[in-house]
Ligand binder design. Structure first.
Ligand code: S3P
Length: 439
């Protein structure tokens, strides 16, 4: 089992670019595969999660190659051009890959089975089965609601209106992707706005997708056209260093070309409310996605109440926000985030156990946490095979007098290959140990 050792205290300084956005990367590969003609993607995140999507599409006959100049080049096969893979498609650790691919496969003329690793095999899939059944798909999961997902061919999907019970961009995207193959118009309404990368990218691939009030509407049967895509840096990866620079006294960091789509910037709003100094430079829009260089410097933080309307727009950042909360004066409370229980680990549990290990007082709730800021002490944290837990607690090492050991860190490769090297290049004293530390 791999571990990180972090020696503190430390300071973050410098100017870095982040790896490509994971959500946008999955969508770029998928839309490129089911479009007609060639798609060229610059800045694609080549992490294990995105490569699960790439491999699945290759197994269905799509040519996807890495070129030095053009980036990832995909020869699209059109909406109905995917081929029977003749085997189960393994989505590894990736919930996004599994749920989005379920949407793609729902309207195909061949059967398919989606499987995943141990963690993914314990994540709820009924939420994605329900809307696809509504569209007329023949799709099922075991009665536990967990993978594998089995899909059988049907004659045609039929456009419907669907009201989502859970705020989930993966479910919304699965519905929209399946609706591309349905007869007529389909509409979906979400309980809380979630990341809208699928909607933006569909427009970039020439598809007219419209918003009427709370309803997102898409017309089926119209082919997409291959496109040139440039993927911005991932704000969810940047968030580790934003918090690091905010909490480590004397830090000053520039994070270049980060995606700042307002459906993702809950983390910046929450940190600013806590007193963090984060400013935008060189704001731009690339392929329909807003970007900026972020400038962060250390300031004292204060505890805040996180508003429930901010939860969906910061859903992946609560592990690292809990580290900011541990370094803040006073209490930070989070409610309405029960979704954290069904991520790559039960993140509420993982955060509570990790903070307790490091001497921070935290109250666990069914739908959140309440963290009282204090002194983070040296200690050992188990990531529970969750990449965002591993990276969040590695950042805590910046404010510790001594060392922190993070157990079980291989999963960082699912979203952030090169994390250790990039973190070390700006001042985090982090080392990776392989094999020897078994826990
Ligand atoms: C994602 C949506 C979110 C997020 C995940 C990526 C996406 O999940 O947590 O990391 O790319 O659509 P939910 O859709 O389950 O909220």
């Amino acid at each position: 089992m791999n571990s990180f050792i972090i020696n503190g205290p430390g300071v973050l300084r410098g100017s870095i670019s982040l790896p490509g956005d994971k959500s946008i990367s999955h969508r770029a590969v998928i839309l490129g595969a089911i479009a007609q003609g060639r798609t060229m993607i610059k800045g694609l995140l080549e992490s294990e999660d995105v490569l699960s999507t790439v491999d699945a599409l290759r197994n269905m006959g799509v040519k996807i190659d890495h070129h030095k100049e053009e980036g990832m080049v995909i020869e699209g096969v059109g909406l109905y051009g995917l081929k029977d893979p003749g085997q189960s498609l393994n989505m590894g650790n990736s919930g996004t890959a599994m749920r989005l691919m379920a949407g793609v496969l729902a309207g195909q003329s061949f059967p398919s089975t989606l499987v995943g690793d141990d963690s993914l095999s314990q994540r709820p899939m009924s939420r994605v089965v329900e809307p696809l059944l509504a569209l007329g798909a023949d799709i099922s999961v075991q009665n536990t609601g967990y993978p594998p997902i089995q899909i059988k061919p049907v004659k045609r999907l039929k456009g419907v209106d669907y009201v989502m019970p859970v705020a989930s961009a993966q479910v919304k995207s699965a519905f929209l992707l399946a609706a591309l193959c349905a007869d007529g118009a389909s509409r979906v309404k979400e309980p809380e706005q979630t990341r809208d990368h699928t909607e933006r990218m569909l427009r970039g691939f020439g598809h007219s997708i419209s918003q009427q009030g709370d309803w997102i509407s898409v017309m089926g049967g119209k082919e997409l056209a291959g496109a040139k895509v440039v993927v911005p840096g991932d704000l969810s990866s940047a968030a580790f260093f934003i918090v690091g620079a905010a909490i480590a006294v004397g830090s000053e960091l520039i994070l270049k070309n980060v995606g700042v789509n307002s459906t993702r910037t809950g983390v910046i709003e929450i940190l600013r409310k806590m007193g963090a100094s984060i400013s935008y430079l060189n704001e731009n829009t690339i392929c329909g996605e807003p970007t900026a260089d972020l400038v962060v410097s250390s300031t004292p933080l204060r505890g805040v109440k996180i508003e429930t309307h901010q939860v969906a727009r910061a859903i992946d950042e609560f592990p690292i926000l809990s580290i900011a909360a541990a370094c803040a004066r006073g209490k930070t409370t989070l409610h309405g985030a029960e979704e954290l229980r069904v991520k790559e680990s039960d993140r509420i549990r993982s955060i509570v156990c990790g903070l307790n290990e490091l001497g921070i007082s935290v109250e666990e709730r069914l739908d959140g946490y309440s963290v009282t800021g204090g002194e983070i002490l040296p200690g050992e944290v188990n990531s529970r095979s969750d990449h965002r837990i591993a990276m969040a607690f590695a950042i805590a090492g910046l404010v510790v007098s001594g060392s922190i050991c993070i157990k079980d860190t291989l999963n960082v490769r699912t979203s952030f290959p090169g994390f250790v090297e990039l973190a070390a290049s700006i001042g985090l004293q982090i080392y990776e140990q392989s094999g020897s530390h078994r826990g």
